[in-house]
Each structure stands twice: as structure tokens, then as C-alpha cells.
Design a protein around this ligand. Structure first.
Ligand SMILES: [Zn+2]
Length: 412
């Protein structure tokens, strides 16, 4: 439980040491930071380690399909106003990665933890969080579409008895469904741009009515709860009706939504909106996303889009034509191996941009763009694409493993 400052047991200490050793070996072998393998080894030695490491922390968990890494970063920045924070800042968001991150947090007061959607209920059981922030749920790839509703059901059951204050997006019907079993919920009107996964009632399967910003089910009466916090234009409205301006270096409406939820969550820890939002302004890039890098004497902005909702948001961030755009798509394990989701994304929004297509699945993407009636050029790699692009900053949009490839290539 939070507030327990009991030192770690000998077994837990051994687990942390074994995990650090495994991570060091992995790093030495050139396999990244080693945090996941380290966490796995540590959990093998002491299966209760996650609970023990979180014992002295006030923990907040963040989960969603989109925006969880950014929100975790914004919220961590806000809570630092009150004390030291430990966070899985690089997005290792399954139990092993979380364990590894918390092992470095002996002196922290707060734990701000991004959690993969599938592990949320289990991690919440282990670490007894003080708060849980839930942003949105949509399909991640088409081959996982059926899972979205089940995920909401899993959250609903797993979180029903939680002592945590749940900060939930009232504009997302699936999030509302998942959170409405929790005893204490702070509802935030944080918006929902991607509605394709939210037309059927999570409660009864009826058709949701959506007059303007409201939504409700005409069959069973399940409806949008009254929010106490709201994103309104460039402001967050707090429960007293005071508007606080959101100023971020991160682009786009989706990040304003992330900031609104973060401000509401920070308030649950006693951080005033003014202080929280001022601290969020300091965040420039999140795990390399939104970064502008120089490569081959050109400026490239790196944007990650993992799923149809993410692509849609990304298109709203980029500078208008004639800004050149490089698109990169892979279909490896973490991306989902089925690329039929490409057909759910409205690529006509890129009309007028010079478009360059790269990545393992560039031909799938080329077919999609061809059908959308767009002009584009298929390139062998990012170097060829950059050299072909007309002058000006280049917007680069990639899905998960394609983004990682890109960052490695352009040295960021
Ligand atoms: Zn219904």
C-alpha cells in the first residue's frame, strides 16, 4: 500500500540485483536498454516484486489505445512539482518493463506508470494505485478489432472494486463503460476524434445517438456522464468553471486532450492546474516522437501513427501542402501482420502533398494510395525519399516498428 516505507525483503533485493545484471548483459550484447529482460529475470526471482517496489509510492496508472506515452510524460512533469517521480518514460509498459522502471525509484515519491491495455487490471491489483487515467479505446489494428469491446469488459470487471480515483474520458463510450463500475470517477470531457469504433452501445449493442458532443443509447439509456473537467478549445475548464490555458510545445488537438486529462489527474495529487500546465509546457518530445531531426542536411519531423485513429490525428498535425511527406509502414509482430487497416485510413487528406512511400509494406501502402487517387513515389529507403523531396521541412509518418527503424537510421 502507498505510504509503506518498509525496506525490500532480501528476496526482493536479490531479484533487483539479478534483474540489473541481466539488463547489463543484454546492453553489452547491443540489444537495447535491457530493461525488459532485466524485469523478466527480476520477476522470476520474486513474483511479488512489482507490489514491493511500488509500496512506498503514490502511483498513477495511465492506459489507452493512443496517447498513453505522452500523457504519462505530461503527468510525470506535473507531479514533479510536488516531489521526485519514477516513470517508465520510454514506454516499456508491460509488467517486466514496469518492474524494471520502478526498481530505479527507491527515492521517488510518485510512480507515474504507462500500462499496456491488456495488463491494466493486473497491474492495478499489484500496485494499489492512488489514481488511474483512462483516455480512449479503439482498435489497434484490424485483426484486433473484436478485442476492443472485450478489453473494455475486462477493465470493467478488473477495476470494479478499485480504491483508486479513476480519471476517465466521458467522450469515449467504451472508456465510460469500462470506468462506470468504479466507485470514484472524475469525468473529463476530453474529446474523441475517431468515432468509427464507438457507434454501438457497449452496454446493450444498440446504436448510439450522437447529437453534437453528447452521446446516448436510445435502447438502454446508457449515456455520457456529466463531466467535471473539460477540454474547451485551447483551455482546460476545472470543476469550478475556471479556464486554464493549455500551452504545449507538443503539436495537435490530441495532445491538448492528453494535457486536459493530465491536469485532472494531477489535481487528484494536489497539484493546481496552473502549476501542472506550466510544467507540461517544458515537454518537447516524447520518446523521440514529434522530434525534428537534421538528416542529409534536411529537417525531418518524426511522427508515430500506430493505428487508424493515430493516422487520422497525425494528418491534422502536419504542415499543409506543398510540405513533403514520407510514409513508412511495416507489418512485423508489434505492428500486427495484417495491413488491411490501411483501408480504414482516409489518405485523401494528404492530397496536394508530395508523398514518398517506404517501409517493408510499401507496396501495400502504394496500392492504397493509388486507389485513393493520390500522386506518390515508392522509394527504396529513407535516404532516397529525402533526396527526392522538394525543399522545406519533411513530415515523416511511420507505424510502430517502421518508426523505430527510422529513428535508428536518422540517428535519434
Ligand atoms: Zn444500450
Amino acid at each position: 500500500m502507498a505510504g509503506n516505507s518498509e525496506p525490500l525483503t532480501p528476496r526482493a533485493k536479490l531479484a533487483v540485483t539479478a534483474g540489473k545484471a541481466a539488463a547489463a548483459v543484454s546492453r553489452a550484447a547491443g540489444r537495447g536498454s535491457g530493461s525488459v529482460i532485466g524485469g523478466r529475470v527480476a520477476l522470476r526471482v520474486d513474483p511479488d516484486l512489482l507490489a514491493r517496489l511500488a509500496g512506498h509510492l503514490d502511483v498513477v496508472l495511465v492506459s489507452a489505445t493512443n496517447g498513453k506515452t505522452t500523457t504519462t510524460r505530461l503527468l510525470a512533469e506535473a507531479l514533479r512539482a510536488n516531489g521526485p517521480v519514477v516513470s517508465n518514460a520510454l514506454g516499456a509498459n508491460m509488467p517486466a518493463g514496469i518492474t524494471s522502471a520502478l526498481a530505479g525509484g527507491a527515492d521517488a515519491r510518485y510512480g507515474v506508470i504507462e500500462v499496456d491495455e491488456k495488463y491494466l487490471a493486473g497491474v492495478a491489483r499489484d500496485v494499489a494505485p492512488k489514481a488511474i487515467a483512462l483516455l480512449n479505446l479503439s482498435r489497434d489494428q484490424l485483426d484486433r478489432a473484436a478485442e476492443t469491446r472485450m478489453l473494455a469488459e475486462h477493465w470493467r470487471e478488473g477495476l470494479s472494486g478499485t480504491d483508486a480515483i479513476v480519471i476517465a474520458n466521458a467522450d469515449d463510450p467504451l472508456i465510460t463503460w469500462a470506468a462506470s463500475s468504479c466507485p470514484t470517477v472524475v469525468w473529463v470531457a476530453a474529446g474523441q476524434e475517431w468515432k468509427d469504433d464507438a457507434w454501438s452501445c457497449p452496454s446493450c449493442g444498440g446504436v448510439l445517438q450522437r447529437p453534437s458532443e453528447d452521446w446516448f443509447c436510445g435502447d438502454c439509456g446508457f449515456r455520457r456522464p456529466a463531466p467535471t473537467w473539460a477540454l474547451s478549445g485551447d483551455n482546460v475548464i476545472d470543476p469550478y468553471g475556471v479556464a486554464w490555458p493549455i500551452r504545449l510545445q507538443l503539436p495537435g488537438r490530441a495532445n491538448k486532450s492528453n494535457a486536459a486529462v493530465s491536469a485532472a489527474a494531477a489535481a487528484a495529487f494536489g497539484v493546481e492546474p496552473k502549476v501542472a500546465l506550466e510544467r507540461m509546457y517544458a515537454v518537447q518530445a516524447v520518446a523521440g516522437r514529434y522530434d525534428v531531426v537534421t538528416y542529409l542536411e534536411r529537417e525531418l519531423r518524426l511522427l508515430l501513427a500506430k493505428n487508424p485513429a493515430g493516422w487520422l490525428e497525425t494528418f491534422s498535425l502536419i504542415d499543409g501542402p506543398p510540405t513533403p511527406v514520407i510514409l513508412s509502414v511495416n507489418a512485423r509482430g508489434a505492428d500486427g501482420t495484417d495491413t488491411s487497416w490501411l483501408w480504414d485510413v482516409d489518405y485523401t487528406r494528404l492530397a496536394g502533398h508530395p508523398i514518398y512511400v517506404i517501409g517493408d509494406r510499401k507496396l501495400d501502402l502504394a496500392v492504397r494510395l493509388e486507389v485513393a487517387g493520390l500522386d506518390f513515389r515508392v522509394c527504396a529507403d529513407v535516404d532516397e525519399a529525402v533526396r527526392s523531396a522538394p525543399p522545406g521541412r519533411i513530415e515523416t509518418i511511420a507505424n510502430y516498428t517502421a518508426f523505430q527503424d527510422l529513428r535508428r537510421r536518422v540517428g535519434n
